[in-house]
Each structure stands twice: as C-alpha cells, then as structure tokens.
Design a protein. Structure first.
Length: 124
C-alpha cells in the first residue's frame, strides 16, 4: 500500500515537472517562427492574443471569434493544458479551429516555457 502511494506521488510529481525542462530562450525563437504569424501578446489576429494567457479559461478573449468547441470547453490554460493543446489541438478539444501542432516534445516544452515566462512578465 505504501509503495503504491509513493509511486502515485512520484508519478504526479514527474508529470507536474514534465515541462519544467523547457528552454524559454529557445521557446521565444520557436514562438516567433511558429506562433507569431497568428498570435500576439498585444492583439487578436488570426488567433487570439496570448496576453494574460495563464490562468485564463479557453475561449474567453473579448473580440475574438472562437469555435463553439473552444468556447464550451472547461479548459484553463496552464503548463499542462498548453502542452496537451500544442501536441494535438484537435484531439485535445475536438471541433476547435487551430491547425498547427508541435509534435516534438522538447520544442513544445520550450514554447510552453516561453509562454510561462512571458505571462509572468505581464503580471502587475
């Protein structure tokens, strides 16, 4: 019983730190190359702004027209949900309209690290 509890706790810890190894500096470059054509930290474009992304419920940026799937999801953007989203957006939230994915785990971790860092900078 104690071993099972220990393994469960160890697995939860490993999952919660899975993206902690991301390189935000590299993530910034990847974001510029792969995300910035549609997203900005300043305004809505083809995709919604990433300003104040962390902790925000998906589908709630004012002035952006979301798919019903995203508006009706209960997703809140955090390290885990961002990674799952970037892995396969359509699998994560079927019916959404983002058509880009980041299949490489390290690149995903780097982009998420950048989003986490950039999001912290925007906090008052």
């Amino acid at each position: 019983m104690h071993i099972q509890l220990f393994l469960t706790a160890a697995l939860a810890t490993a999952l919660s730190t899975a993206h902690a190894d991301g390189d935000a500096t590299h993530g910034r470059l990847l974001y510029a190359a792969r995300c910035a054509a549609c997203h900005s930290f300043e305004y809505n474009g083809v995709g919604p702004t990433h300003k104040e992304l962390l902790g925000r419920r998906a589908g709630t940026v004012k002035g952006y027209t979301y798919s019903s799937a995203l508006k009706n999801s209960a997703v809140v953007w955090n390290e885990d949900s961002l990674s799952r989203w970037l892995t396969e957006p359509e699998k994560f939230i079927p019916g959404q309209k983002m058509f880009i994915s980041i299949p490489d785990a390290q690149e995903r971790a780097d982009i998420v690290a950048w989003l986490l860092q950039a999001g912290r900078k925007q906090q008052p």
